[in-house]
Write a protein of this length. Structure first.
Length: 128
């Protein structure tokens, strides 16, 4: 059980770090410019980071549940569709998604899901 919790926490940290790096370092200027065009400030308060942490844990839990049932590539794709594609559809519909970001976000988010799934594949097949 300890190994499961450790792997789940490691995957959560990976997802959080990946999201933080992508959104706060690589593409922050793109987000800020897009939000300025909308006439609102880019949400970068500590509460937004906390919500991102909860989202990361939820995504890691999803992968944790999928790993024993599917192959690695299937788990990656299902988690990616459930976590990212659905989020982009919603925020795109709300008009707060900078569409130019998708050229970079799609491959980076697929990599994020794949690495998280790799972290969690080290779990034993039978869970307590």
């Amino acid at each position: 059980m300890f190994r499961n919790i450790l792997a789940l926490l490691a995957a959560t940290v990976w997802i959080s770090a990946s999201e933080f790096f992508r959104n706060q370092f690589l593409f922050k200027s793109l987000w800020v410019a897009h939000y300025q065009k909308l006439g609102v400030a880019f949400p970068a308060e500590p509460i937004n980071g906390a919500i991102l942490g909860i989202w990361s844990l939820a995504m890691a839990l999803l992968i944790f549940i999928l790993i024993p049932r599917y192959k690695l590539w299937q788990t990656t794709l299902i988690a990616w569709l459930a976590s990212f594609v659905m989020m982009w559809l919603v925020i795109g519909n709300l008009g707060v998604l900078p569409h130019a970001l998708l050229w970079y976000a799609v491959p980076l988010s697929l990599l994020e899901c794949f690495v998280a799934a790799l972290i969690l594949t080290g779990l034993p097949k039978k869970r307590a």
